[in-house]
Design a protein around this ligand. Structure first.
Ligand code: 3PY
Ligand code: MG
Length: 250
């Protein structure tokens, strides 16, 4: 994980094919996140995609479906260089997840996987440093405890889920940036990360949203998915061709 001044840029991979991983890796994204919460990879496809991503030059991350410690160590044993855990609302939960993510003495992750094949023979010595545990701050309960969550040893940073956060605050699913309470919650989370030297990451939903998160000082942003790229380019190409042929989309 680069901890220099440049902002890490990531994308979601929804299509669970190693070929898509290779294309995304070769495009040059810093991070690619396999989404087991809202996407459809299974254990086998996640394993294949993450290995291909790494070999193609991108950091493979995996978002678990729930905040279960067993899913965190499983994701790491499949090859994730970082795990994103949804809906972590308290320091107690964060601490349980950190135990699963880190080898002793920091945690209680069990030794045993073929990760040496991918990451080298010193995997067990370097994994605690090299693999990231990012907890999702995406509920107002988490924001209200964010200073303690970010102080948790073994938690490497936060990944804000702005939409779920908005919903938890009784705000609409879109345009929540207009609400001062939402902006304040994001600023408080970012400040907690900075105070504790943890990575501040945020999902963004438009170019102006990405620009504003970069300006605020986030370390990592994520924008769009493979499916968005495919659909956006395909729809735009088809519309241009239809304009010229005089046809209409069915
Ligand atoms: C959210 O916006 O809730 C997310 O989890 C984005 O990843
Ligand atoms: Mg979410």
């Amino acid at each position: 994980m680069q901890r220099d001044k440049s902002v890490t840029v990531g994308i979601w991979q929804q299509i669970p094919l190693p070929m898509v991983s290779r294309l995304l890796g070769r495009m040059g994204w810093d991070w690619v996140i396999l989404d087991m919460q809202h996407g459809c990879p299974n254990t086998e496809t996640a394993y294949q995609c993450m290995h291909t991503l790494y070999e193609a030059g991108a950091r493979p991350l995996l978002r678990t479906s729930v905040g279960a410690p067993s899913q965190v160590s499983r994701a790491l044993d499949l090859g994730a260089r970082g795990v994103i855990v949804p809906m972590v609302n308290s320091a107690a939960e964060a601490s349980e997840l950190a135990r699963a993510a880190k080898y002793p003495p920091l945690g209680s992750r069990s030794v045993g996987s073929d990760m040496g094949l991918l990451y080298g023979d010193d995997y067990y010595d370097t994994a605690n440093e090299e693999t990231l545990l990012l907890v999702q701050v995406e509920h107002i309960d988490a924001v209200n405890d964010v200073e303690t969550i970010m102080a948790t040893p073994g938690v490497d940073g936060c990944f804000i889920g702005p939409t779920d956060l908005a919903l938890s605050m009784g705000l609409p699913r879109t345009d929540y940036e207009r609400h001062a309470d939402h902006r304040t919650a994001i600023a408080r989370t970012l400040a907690a990360c900075k105070t504790h030297g943890k990575l501040a990451c945020c999902n963004t939903y438009s170019m102006s949203d990405a620009e504003s998160k970069i300006a605020l000082g986030f370390d990592c942003i994520t924008f769009m998915s493979d499916a968005d790229l495919f659909t956006g380019a395909g729809e735009s190409l088809l519309a241009q061709l239809r304009q010229r042929t005089g046809g209409q989309n069915s």
